[in-house]
Design a protein around this ligand. Structure first.
Ligand code: ASP
Ligand code: MG
Length: 412
């Protein structure tokens, strides 16, 4: 018998009717002869409400109590969903992360899964039960409830699928698949039938908020076949695969936009070993993700350094930099807000040297200035003014003809 893990996101479990809809899908999968494990999120908006409640009481709530609170939305969902499944005549049992044995580290609000015990789940499956597991939550070695970061139920589902060696993991979300760009920004965006995991990783990290990044990493690491689809129709979704054929002709797969970017510039950084390590070490210690980094010599032959961070992390970054450059002899720093990052992603760009130029041309034709550039093997990112971000996505999407059903063509 094959085992399927199905994860239902907040909109799929938002009310009684939707829970019944999910229950019907789950029972149908069971009736096809599969074992079914369901992972559920909190109803849409619930986690936000819980977080707001915590902040009504405290500006800086203790991590343990915070997780105790914000993990409760999932417990409501799984209890209701198990009931809805039972109403359809299918035996079902709900479980919290603790009851399953989802062991995490103790990093409250962003814990990582260390191990999942399969014993209890397998025992229930053998009894013919549909097992409904609370996503987003786990328990650390001392028995404290932990949570996995926003959107963490995706990771719960993939981790459970990996631990149980499931046949596949289906993620039911509020979009019906992965698109070439955000359809709200680019009306001609097209749903992809398949996407490679490494492209998906870049897109997830680049703001295509379809899946929690870590879930894709997990799926790659443990080779879990992953599908993103919607619970509101029977349309096939997007398959996230390790390899695809015919990818030679497809140069760019998708375009992503991340807003709320800020740029930090540090001037006249001393030109000697260890300086970058000192500055970025101090920033890393504050747990800030630094994104694009540029170091270049100014006219006096001294290096200037610029990098981007999320606007939300600007305060922490500023503190860290100020401390790190004290006594270094740098002539100071400036901070600029109001940027967005536009990225073109595609495994096929490896062998196509003209891709960056084509992207720059598309931006130039739209009078969009490029503020910063970074590239990897399968990605080109440009920092632009935030108010031109959406236009930039449309321009790049159109230039690579991503809306065309035949896939992307390129003049490169
Ligand atoms: N309920 C959590 C959140 O809103 C986890 C999830 O939905 O995946 O972030
Ligand atoms: Mg989600």
């Amino acid at each position: 018998m094959s085992l399927i893990v199905q994860k239902y996101g907040g909109t799929s479990v938002a009310n009684a009717d939707r829970l019944r809809n999910v229950a019907r899908r789950v029972c149908r999968t069971k009736a096809m002869g599969h074992d079914v494990v369901v992972v559920a999120s909190a109803a849409a908006g619930t986690t936000d409400k819980l977080i707001a409640m915590a902040h009504e009481i405290s500006n800086d709530p203790h991590g343990r109590e915070y997780d105790m609170l914000v993990s409760t939305g999932e417990q409501i969902s799984v209890a209701l969903l198990a009931m809805a499944i039972q109403e359809l005549g299918c035996p079902s049992v709900s479980m919290t992360g603790f009851q399953v044995g989802i062991l995490t580290d103790s990093a409250h609000t962003k814990a990582r899964i260390i191990d999942i015990s399969t014993e209890k789940v397998l025992e229930e499956l053998h009894k013919g039960q549909i097992v409904v597991i609370a996503g987003f939550q786990g328990v650390d070695i001392t028995g404290n409830i932990t949570t996995l970061g926003r959107g963490g139920s995706d990771t719960s589902a993939v981790a459970v699928a990996a631990a149980l060696k499931a046949h596949r993991c289906e993620i039911y979300t509020d979009v019906d698949g992965v698109y070439t760009a955000d359809p709200r920004i680019v009306p001609s965006a097209r749903k992809l039938n398949t996407i490679r995991a490494d492209e998906m990783l870049e897109l997830a990290g680049l703001g295509a908020k379809v899946l929690q990044l870590r879930s894709v990493e997990f799926a790659s690491k443990y080779n879990v076949p992953l599908e993103v689809l919607t619970s509101f129709s029977d349309e096939p979704g997007t398959l996230i695969v390790q390899e695809t054929q015919n990818m030679e002709e497809i140069v760019v797969t998708g375009v992503a936009l991340v807003k709320n970017q800020a740029r930090v510039n540090i001037f006249n950084v001393p030109d000697r070993p260890g300086v970058a390590a000192r500055i970025f070490g101090a920033i890393a210690k504050k747990n800030v993700d630094v994104d694009m980094i540029v170091q270049a010599k100014n006219r006096e032959g001294e290096p200037d350094m610029s990098f981007t961070v999320s606007k939300l992390e600007l305060k922490k970054t500023e503190q860290a930099v100020n401390e790190a450059i004290k006594g270094l002899g740098s002539s100071g720093m400036t901070i600029e807000e109001g940027f967005a990052k536009v990225s073109a992603v595609g495994i096929g760009m490896r062998g196509h040297p003209g891709v960056a130029a084509q992207m720059f041309e598309a931006l130039a034709a739209n009078k969009i200035n490029i503020e910063m550039i970074s590239t990897s093997e399968i990605k080109i990112s440009c920092l632009v003014k935030e108010d031109q971000g959406e236009q930039a996505v449309r321009a790049v999407h159109e230039s690579f003809q991503l809306g065309e059903p035949s896939g992307a063509a390129t003049s490169a």
